[in-house]
Design a protein around this ligand. Structure first.
Ligand code: AMP
Length: 292
């Protein structure tokens, strides 16, 4: 962990100056974009950045353009003082808190869109969500110019889209995806879990249970993808208070549904519990074929 005091900036010019001076001293720069309301999932990314890089920048910005008109932009938790303490404890060196007048200046009219990948799965329900994400992440990366940027596997589609975007736009930043951090009961940590009542939280546990079921089936040698999907869907559809959106198995790069077992696969689930949308996923490793 760094022994230097945590610095905070809001202007892009101040961010660039600090990053440039550290880079001139030979430091490698790690960057963790967040919307705040930090939990152990976020701090795991900051720690991963600290393990790889000499100087760790965290951005905290609740990006309006990735929220739909009926989503929770207004009530999204904003707890900056607590977030700064967590960033310091996790070893961040600099927290950047841009405001909307900087990120979306008057007359703003430019978007970044990753086409096919943004329309499926989450994108099928949350129209324009990923366009908001890719636009803001492009702006954050161009402002910070890190060597490595860290994203959570929790938002699996998001990291796949950002990888595609950096390839397509030749953005010279390495993207690292870090494992999902879960509560002891299996629920993937999310800032939105705070919205769940006790009963809703119990219902939410079905997501990780369904993923475990898929993992067990694949590890036991099940090769019928339709059967595995049906088992996940059955478990989720039998859960009171839970409204399933999708439970599918896809290729981890293209996120296209697959129908036969392949060496790398990801199971992805989205469901609504009350007014809260929950997502979760896991990689699936087929049973090793026995050598004769
Ligand atoms: P957010 O503040 O929701 O935009 O998330 C910021 C980053 O934290 C994203 O890269 C997320 O994927 C990541 N993240 C959120 N929850 C988790 C989690 N439970 N485990 C690992 N990473 C996470």
């Amino acid at each position: 962990m760094s022994d230097q005091a945590l610095e905070t900036v809001s202007e892009i010019s101040a961010l660039r100056k600090l990053v440039a001076s550290r880079r001139q001293q030979g430091a490698t720069i790690g960057f963790v974009p967040t919307m705040g309301a930090l939990h152990a999932g976020h701090t795991s990314l900051i720690e991963a950045a600290g393990a790889d890089c000499d100087f760790v920048v965290v951005s905290i910005y609740v990006n309006p353009t990735q929220f739909g008109p009926d989503e929770d932009f207004e009530r999204y938790p904003r707890v900056l003082e607590q977030d700064l303490a967590k960033c310091a404890a996790a070893g961040a060196n600099l927290v950047w808190t841009p405001d909307t007048s900087i990120m979306y200046p008057d007359g703003y009219s430019t978007d970044v869109t990753v086409k096919a990948l943004s329309r499926i799965l989450e994108g099928a329900t949350r129209t324009n969500h990923f366009q908001g994400v890719t636009t803001i992440v492009t702006k954050l990366l161009l402002s910070c110019l890190p060597d490595i940027a860290y994203f959570g596997a929790k938002d699996f589609q998001q990291q796949a889209i950002i990888r595609r975007m950096c390839l397509d736009l030749n953005i010279p930043v390495e993207i690292k995806t870090c494992p999902i951090i879960r509560d002891t009961d299996g629920l993937a940590l999310s800032s939105r879990n705070a919205y769940l009542s006790a009963e809703e939280r119990e219902a939410g546990l079905s997501l990780s249970r369904a993923l475990r079921l898929a993992q067990e089936k694949v590890a036991a040698g099940e090769t019928d993808i339709a059967q595995i999907k049906a088992a996940m869907q059955q478990l989720l559809n039998a859960t009171p208070l839970l409204k399933l959106d999708y439970a599918t198995i896809a290729d981890p790069t293209t996120l296209e549904d697959i129908s036969t077992v392949q060496s790398e696969m990801v199971a992805l689930i989205a469901a609504r519990v009350g007014t809260t949308r929950l997502i979760d996923n896991c990689q699936l490793a087929p049973a090793a074929t026995e050598k004769t």
